[in-house]
Write a protein that binds this ligand. Structure first.
Ligand code: HEC
Ligand code: HEC
Length: 296
């Protein structure tokens, strides 16, 4: 027994030394919390070892008495003892506690952080919608600018002119190259009412004339060949209320479709902002982008 106690004390010392060796850094400075933690570690280690020693000792030296059960397995018998009452109480208590926990303590419709977050988002969205129910144009431009600077400027640039041609220059609705590219390749994926735009027949001088006209802001007389485009984009190029994109400016339909679906093109990919930009913010972005059109 003496040998075991000495062994136990050595084990406590070794474990404490190891704890200090590994977590020792935390004890520099005068934070008493760390000292308390160390004290706690000492208590846990000592109690564990003392308990283990008690039972090892008992296994070694106990001479049990009592009535043996009839069953006998290769000379190993079992005493007819009642279950320890402490153990029995804890067993029944656990079952009772389980029912309490599921039905009263923490039922499934109970508070959760995620639930609280979702509720607060809905609440704040409602508040946002109420505060900005009838914003003036000036307010919208200001909201649009703040949203733009946070969400869009990383690609389109703080002045919206695009960064090294990696995202569209939003101060010009369409460049000649973009129009020529779309005439040649068509476009799809944004859920306009006309569906996809197939590659167009216009080539050479015809395509050139159309592209120059659109890139120039659709001013003056349209070239005759623009008639093929007008079927979907409208004679004024404004897209006939969501039939096709407005080629003459950035309207709310265009901006919301691009925000919803993202956009992929020869110069790069714009990610979808679905669920991240609300209706008012989309309207504000449209107003803002229109407010910075070159020459207006
Ligand atoms: C990860 C980079 C990136 C971010 C962020 C980004 N865009 Fe874009 N955006 C692009 C690229 C690339 C294009 C060019 C697609 C093309 O050529 O058709 C583009 C094109 C556009 C267009 C033109 C679409 C058209 O059909 O002419 C609009 C409008 C637009 N973005 C608005 C926004 C707004 C508003 C935001 C912020 C909420 C934003 N973008 C954020 C990369 C981005
Ligand atoms: C059958 C209907 C239809 C015809 C005809 C048509 N378009 Fe389109 N166009 C569309 C649709 C729909 C889209 C949008 C496709 C998408 O991205 O989902 C589009 C997109 C475009 C775009 C891209 C706009 C942007 O914001 O990037 C350009 C540029 C364009 N069209 C120019 C033309 C020109 C020029 C012509 C005539 C030569 C023409 N379209 C004829 C339906 C049409």
């Amino acid at each position: 027994m003496k040998k075991m106690v000495i062994g136990g004390i050595i084990l406590v010392v070794v474990l404490m030394a190891a704890t200090f060796f590994i977590a020792g850094d935390a004890f520099q400075g005068d934070d008493y919390i760390n000292a308390l933690t160390m004290l706690g570690a000492l208590a846990i280690i000592s109690i564990t070892i003392a308990t283990a020693l008690k039972y090892v000792n008992q296994i070694k030296n106990d001479t049990a008495t009592g009535e043996l059960a009839d069953e006998n397995w290769d000379g190993i018998g079992e005493y007819k003892n009642p279950i320890p009452s402490g153990w029995g109480l804890i067993f029944i208590g656990t079952i009772v506690w389980m029912f309490w926990y599921f039905f009263i303590g923490y039922p499934t419709n109970q508070f959760s952080q995620i639930g609280q977050y979702n509720e607060e988002v809905v609440e704040n969205n409602a508040k946002f919608a109420k505060v900005w129910k009838n914003p003036s144009d000036e307010t919208l431009v200001n909201i649009g600018e703040s949203v733009f600077l946070v969400q869009c400027a990383p690609c389109h640039g703080v002045d919206a002119e695009g960064i090294d041609g990696k995202a569209q220059d939003l101060t010009h609705r369409l460049s000649k190259e973009q129009v020529l590219y779309t005439i040649k390749n068509g476009a799809q994926g944004h859920g306009y009412n006309a569906g996809a735009m197939p590659p167009m027949m216009a080539t050479g001088a015809d395509a050139e004339a159309i592209a120059t006209y659109i890139a120039g802001g659709m001013k003056g007389e349209a070239p005759a060949s623009f008639a093929t485009c007008a079927g979907c984009h409208g004679a004024d190029g404004k897209g006939m209320n969501g039939m096709a994109p407005n080629l003459a400016g950035y309207d709310n339909t265009l901006v919301s479709k691009v925000l919803e679906h993202g956009k992929k093109s020869s110069i790069g990919t714009m990610p979808s902002f679905k669920g991240r930009i609300n209706e008012t913010q989309t309207k504000a972005l449209t107003k803002f982008i229109n407010s910075i059109q070159a020459g207006e």
